[in-house]
Design a protein around this ligand. Structure first.
Ligand SMILES: Cc1cc2nc3c(=O)[nH]c(=O)nc-3n(C[C@H](O)[C@H](O)[C@H](O)COP(=O)(O)O)c2cc1C
Length: 378
């Protein structure tokens, strides 16, 4: 069975017109929005509403995964979903001057910067740097349970300090015109989520946070690794829905264990404002993102992963010419054909060959030719 329209394939030396038009439209749309950043409140609100609309479906912040190459790929698959950076710590930006962590392509918009930290003043300064770098939203991480993050007293441990989180949000909001949002858990350790989550949300809403993403499980700060903390504590979707009922004016996105576009759609149909997808979007980006514009946002055509690979080729060439290595980009593309004929050959060719110093777009084209042959043969 042929699952995609192979007739759409083109040689990458003849860049897709569709691609150029889409990216150009994207650039112009966001250039218009950038102007809005400096204009009065009502226009600022309309800018919020654009990003909020995008937040109906977002790709989660994931350290080491959602770097700028990954986000570029995801943007080709969905022109409308909201993309998050990996977490960047406020000390790294403010004290360490690690501004390269903010690098991103204009095509990535709408794109949100996630910050980690717990010092209000420093987070305010980091948020300002992020907004000046052009991010459409600044998000505060209150969900990451790793030891390194605990020792810096930020991430999920902040669920125990809602007043401090409110101070952080207020300090960040004071510095930026873009929306400041929070990503949190339902609680940590022995906390009772039904008691503490409403208090947490009330406090951040009181200082002007209007949008939150809730990872619908607790984090255990001792005894579970970050990876286990993404699987072992049970999911409580019902609690997130209860929060939407209790806080009707708060834009609430649900996160955790949502593995298909249908499941995401179902959450929206049940009254939530947004759905954030993490691992499934990374491992099966075509399944989650290629029909997202049509299914979640009601406009746009399904993207053909063959065409998306072709559209990646000029980007790869450009990045290699600036010193990147192929595997830094192609590692995010391994799942593009997951579950489809040729997926294994695609993964194998890219993962075996992309580390070679000379590897370039031609390797990707060869791998694509393999998938094409196998897709036609099925
Ligand atoms: C490799 C990896 C790195 C992650 N890094 C972050 C991070 O930097 N910030 C954050 O808030 N969450 C991080 N997360 C958690 C995800 O954002 C998300 O909350 C979690 O994976 C649950 O969603 P899912 O079941 O859709 O994957 C990470 C998850 C993974 C798999």
């Amino acid at each position: 069975m042929e699952r995609w329209n192979l007739a759409d394939e083109k040689c990458y030396t003849m860049p897709s017109v569709l691609h150029a038009v889409a990216l150009d439209t994207n650039r112009r749309a966001y250039a218009r929005k950038t102007v809005k950043m400096t204009t009065p409140d009502n226009q600022e609100n309309s800018r919020f509403s654009d990003v909020r609309r995008a937040a109906r479906l977002s790709v989660a912040p994931m350290m080491d995964w959602t770097d700028r190459h990954c986000r570029y790929l995801h943007r080709l698959l969905s022109h409308q979903a909201l993309l998050y950076t990996e977490m960047v710590t406020s000390p790294a930006l403010v004290r360490g001057g690690a501004l390269h962590l903010l690098d991103h392509s204009p095509e990535e918009h709408p794109v949100a910067l996630q910050l980690g930290g717990s010092d209000p003043q420093e987070l305010g300064a980091a948020a300002k740097i992020g907004a000046q770098a052009g991010y459409d939203e600044i998000n505060l991480n209150c969900g990451c349970p790793s030891d390194r993050v605990q020792s810096g007293a930020f991430g999920a441990i902040l669920m125990q300090s809602p007043d401090l989180v409110a101070d952080c949000v207020a300090a960040m909001r004071a510095e930026v015109a873009v929306e400041v949002t929070v990503k949190c858990r339902i609680g940590v350790d022995e906390q009772e989520p039904r008691d503490i989550l409403p208090v947490f949300l009330e406090k951040i809403q009181a200082v002007g946070c209007q949008r939150v993403t809730i990872h619908a499980r607790k984090a255990w700060l001792k005894g579970l690794s970050p990876k286990e903390n993404r699987d072992i504590p049970p999911l409580d979707y019902a609690l997130v829905h209860e929060m939407k009922t209790a806080f009707p004016d708060l834009h609430i996105s649900i996160n955790g264990g949502i593995a298909t576009l249908d499941a995401a759609r179902a959450q929206l149909d049940q009254g939530l404002d947004g759905v954030m997808v993490g691992r499934a979007a990374y491992h099966q980006p075509s399944d989650i993102l290629s029909e997202a514009d049509a299914v979640i946002f009601g406009s746009g055509v399904p993207r053909n992963p063959f065409e998306v690979v072709e559209q990646m080729l000029p980007y790869i060439e450009r990045e290699l010419s600036k010193g990147a290595r192929l595997h830094q980009i192609s590692r995010h593309m391994l799942g593009l054909f997951a579950g489809r004929p040729g997926a294994r050959a695609w993964r194998r060719m890219l993962s075996e060959g992309a580390n070679r110093p000379s590897a370039g777009p031609d390797l990707v084209q060869q791998a694509l030719a393999q998938v094409t042959r196998q897709a036609i043969a099925v």
